[in-house]
Design a protein around this ligand. Structure first.
Ligand SMILES: *[C@@H]1O[C@H](CO)[C@@H](O)[C@H](O)[C@H]1NC(C)=O
Ligand SMILES: *[C@@H]1O[C@H](CO)[C@@H](O)[C@H](O)[C@H]1NC(C)=O
Length: 365
């Protein structure tokens, strides 16, 4: 009798350890934003903002396009890897079901911005407020699976990434000369406006459960091959777009600081993607790149015109380019960026890096 009880006891302990281990391995990851972090949602939508044809994905393990705007992995993939997790599936992917929901989900959609009118030319894309609604829908689905309390733990314990803002310049304010927004606002006022709208988005993320959110700034918008091809004389970065990024990024850090102090906790963490890219641009060789001006895939000056398609020029060695297409980094550049997210100094990560976050959060359990 006694041994039976001991045996039963043993079973419970083993099960208990398995559940605990599961919970530990189970830091979910959620991604919101634009093409820099879209893992393929737009493949399921009728839109022209897509990366589902070769040579996109040429260096992905399958060698095939996935909808990521990269030759291989993107920033969310490398973050998943550092969490010891598989990549999150796009929310619209029918394979995202059952247990796989517990890994997290990617809600990002290429072409979107902070503003609802950003990227309207792409027609059917998932604007940020819709992405947030999908997250609530996701939470209901998970709740049906593991119950409301476990769901709340999963959501509050999750890591969240949000990448927005670049398109509010490139695919809105500067999309065409005399755009509606540029007639409405001068640049400094426009930046103030989109920052105030971004603050609402971040607050909403917190309200629906986010407790650790990596918020990326914009890169040096004027230095991407697309802008060098269209706006630059003699290969210098476009001054207007550089000005836009120079106004946007510090104000983003300011709202992160404000929100954290309102909440009384470092929920939001700023990622200085601007500085990370400037490092490549000012000294490409140091990172093993032959160039940070010319895109690997594209056409025209700097390979910066039009889209990356099967008919484009394609560089032989993707690892020696910082830019894959006219707007998006190569897999190798993404890997370096995530390395900085993990262990960068306070110049890159405000107020702390992801390694510190992981150490802090694991000691909470
Ligand atoms: C954008 O759309 C959402 C929902 O559709 C709405 O709640 C929000 O106020 C809109 N933002 C602006 C700035 O109009
Ligand atoms: C960032 O992470 C590393 C650990 O990988 C740590 O040693 C370092 O001190 C951190 N830097 C800052 C500024 O927090």
């Amino acid at each position: 009798m006694a041994s039976c009880m001991v045996y039963a006891c043993y079973i419970y302990i083993v099960l208990g350890i398995l559940v605990l281990k599961g919970a530990e391995a189970q830091r979910a990851f959620f991604v919101f934003g634009d093409s820099l972090v879209d893992n393929g949602n737009n493949n399921f939508l009728a839109t022209t903002a897509r990366a589902d044809a070769p040579p996109y994905g040429i260096d992905f393990p399958t060698g095939r396009p996935t909808g990521r705007f990269s030759n291989g992995y993107n920033i969310p993939d490398f973050i998943s890897q550092s969490l010891g997790a598989e990549s999150t599936l796009p929310y619209l992917d029918p394979e995202l079901d059952g247990e796989r929901l517990l890994v997290g989900a990617n809600f990002a959609s290429a072409g979107i911005g902070i503003l609802n009118d950003t990227g309207i030319q792409f027609v059917n894309i998932i604007r940020i407020y819709r992405q947030l609604e999908y997250w609530q829908e996701y939470q209901q689905r998970v709740s049906a699976l593991i119950g409301p309390e476990q769901t709340e733990r999963l959501i509050n314990g999750a890591l969240v990434l949000i990448t927005l803002g670049g398109n509010d310049f490139v695919n809105n304010y500067y999309l065409v000369p005399y755009s509606a927004r540029s007639r409405q606002y001068n640049l400094p006022d426009y930046v103030k406006y989109i920052i105030s709208e971004y603050k609402k988005v971040l607050r909403r993320l917190y309200e629906i459960g986010a407790r650790r959110v990596l918020v990326t700034g914009t890169g040096p918008l004027g230095c991407v091959p697309a802008e060098l091809a269209q706006r630059s004389t003699n290969g210098d970065c476009s001054a207007e777009l550089q000005q836009a990024a120079a106004l946007f990024n510090p104000q983003l850090v300011q709202i992160i600081r404000q929100l954290n102090s309102e909440i009384g906790s470092n929920v939001f963490v700023g990622v200085n993607t601007q500085q990370m890219h400037i490092d490549f641009i000012s000294n490409p060789q140091r990172y093993g790149f032959v160039t940070s001006k010319v895109a690997c895939c594209g056409q025209g000056p700097y390979n910066g015109l039009g889209l990356c398609t099967p008919a484009s020029n394609l560089c032989p060695n993707r690892d020696s380019y910082a830019f894959w297409d006219p707007f998006h980094p190569t897999e190798r550049a993404n890997r370096i960026i995530v390395q900085q997210i993990l262990s960068g100094t306070s110049e890159y990560m405000y107020p702390m890096n992801l390694s510190t976050i992981m150490a802090l959060d694991s000691s909470k359990n």
